[in-house]
Design a protein around this ligand. Structure first.
Ligand SMILES: Nc1ncnc2c1ncn2[C@@H]1O[C@H](COP(=O)(O)OP(=O)(O)O)[C@@H](O)[C@H]1O
Ligand SMILES: [Mg+2]
Length: 436
């Protein structure tokens, strides 16, 4: 077993400590040279611990000096003078090893170094760095003058270590600080990115919520119709004389309404996934009639006249059919809601298609309802702008973004004497030819 103090020494690897810069090495060379010269001895040394080894770091340029820089020896239990200095952490004087049974067999004696004066050198954190020593090839009592001298030089060396150590600590601190700043920066960038993603998701979800609201409403209609038709179908098939023709009629209505509901769901799914619009050539007249058909029940219940004035040669457009129908749904629903309080005139919603002079196809949805206050006009297409108690204020903003992806425009204007007109433009194609 190693003695405890030896274990501690071996556990202080020098690579945890900064290197000694050449400019300091030069100064230390001057120190050991001067020391050996003044003490008139063949060897002045600065020894450095390197792992378990003790290495000649600086050796005085003096005649008869048997030590050379770079030589190293495992110093644990070596019996070297320096080993004792490092272990005890205090000055050691050996005036004549040959006359001292404790020292006469130590390795330095084989180099004829029989007297020794050495001091430990410590890092600022009190870990041993090595030793500073002078050795003589004759008996030497090293008077107090030399002891003071070597102490002075040792202090200078330790001051140098302090400087190097502080500087490296500072640099390490700066590096750490820099690294932590960079890490913080990276972290905040990451946070920003995930926040953006969250926001995008949230805004998509809120549009989704509004859209889902309007779509659930739309889906309810075909579902109710499907139920009614299914009931009718069963009735026609029941009884003593089943009416197959009527039953077939009812079944085909079920199929149509089912189709409509599933298209709406597909559209919703596409929007939810933010799938790109599925652009295709389509007949906007057909799309308009279909949407108007969806409001049939409400039209009857609220006594609203639907008028479709569709210009025959303004019908072929490029767009995503389901998304364009979403726009029509929202605009017509808004129109119906604007008519809710109207009782002094015949309630009416008109849908127009028109080819503009600029060659665009314009679709307009006009009502003669309550109209929009001029102050509200500016914010109309902003999300969450609603004057309704249970309104989400998302319908028009969704319409706006759909139209944008279609490369068109959407705007509103007051109608005279009552109501509001919403217009949107689409790219028109000649029948059978899709541009681009
Ligand atoms: N045809 C219309 N007539 C009068 N006001 C309308 C009409 N269409 C939209 N608005 C106004 O614009 C607001 C926003 O409409 P919208 O985005 O569809 O949200 P919501 O219908 O949920 O309120 C409505 O609350 C209403 O004040
Ligand atoms: Mg609305």
């Amino acid at each position: 077993m190693m003695p405890p103090e030896t274990a501690k020494l071996g556990a202080s690897p020098s690579d945890h400590y900064p290197d000694i810069p050449p400019v300091i090495v030069d100064k230390w060379q001057v120190i050991v040279d001067t020391l050996a010269e003044l003490a008139r001895v063949p060897a002045g040394l600065i020894m450095r611990i390197s792992g378990d080894n003790l290495e000649v770091m600086i050796s005085s340029h003096t005649p008869g000096n048997p030590y050379h820089p770079g030589e190293s020896e495992c110093f644990i239990n070596s019996g070297l003078y320096c080993e004792t200095v490092i272990k005890r952490r205090k000055e050691l004087i050996v005036p004549n090893a040959l006359k001292d049974k404790r020292w006469k067999n130590n390795p330095d004696v084989t180099r004829d170094m029989i007297s020794y004066l050495g001091l430990p050198i410590l890092w600022p954190d009190q870990t041993p760095f090595g030793t500073i020593c002078i050795l003589d090839n004759a008996g030497n009592h090293f008077t107090n003058v030399y002891r003071r001298l070597i102490q002075q030089f040792r202090d200078i060396v330790e001051n140098h270590l302090q400087l190097i150590y502080t500087d490296s600590e500072r640099q390490r601190f700066f590096t750490l600080q820099q690294e932590s700043q960079e890490a913080a920066l990276r972290l905040s960038e990451e946070r920003l990115r995930s926040l953006q993603a969250e926001l995008e998701c949230a805004s998509r979800l809120s549009s989704m919520g509004a859209l889902a609201g309007s779509i659930i409403h739309e889906i309810n209609q075909p579902l109710t119709a499907i139920n009614a038709s299914a009931e009718a179908c069963l009735r026609w098939l029941g009884g003593n004389t089943p009416n197959v023709a009527e039953a077939r009629e009812a079944a085909s209505r079920i199929f149509q309404f089912g189709q409509r509901a599933s298209e709406t769901v597909t559209g919703l799914r596409a929007l939810a996934r933010q799938e790109p619009a599925r652009m295709a050539e389509l007949d906007i007249h057909g799309a308009i009639h279909e949407v108007l058909g969806l409001f049939e029940k409400e039209r009857v219940r609220y006594g609203v006249a639907f008028v479709a004035k569709l210009q025959p040669d303004a019908r072929h457009v490029v767009g995503d059919r389901v998304q364009l129908q979403q726009i029509l749904l929202n605009l017509i629903r808004n129109g119906l809601e604007a008519l809710a309080e109207t009782s002094d005139r015949k309630r009416r919603i008109q849908v127009f298609t028109h080819r503009t002079e600029a060659g665009e196809l314009r679709v307009s949805v006009e009502d003669n309802g309550c109209g929009i206050k001029p102050s509200q006009m500016k914010k109309l297409f902003e999300p969450l702008c609603s004057t309704k108690a249970d309104g989400m204020g998302m319908g028009l903003s969704i319409c706006h973004s759909i139209i944008e992806t279609h490369g068109g425009r959407l705007w509103a204007e007051p109608c005279s004497p009552h109501g509001t007109a919403f217009h949107f433009t689409l790219l028109e194609t000649r029948e059978g030819s899709v541009p681009g």
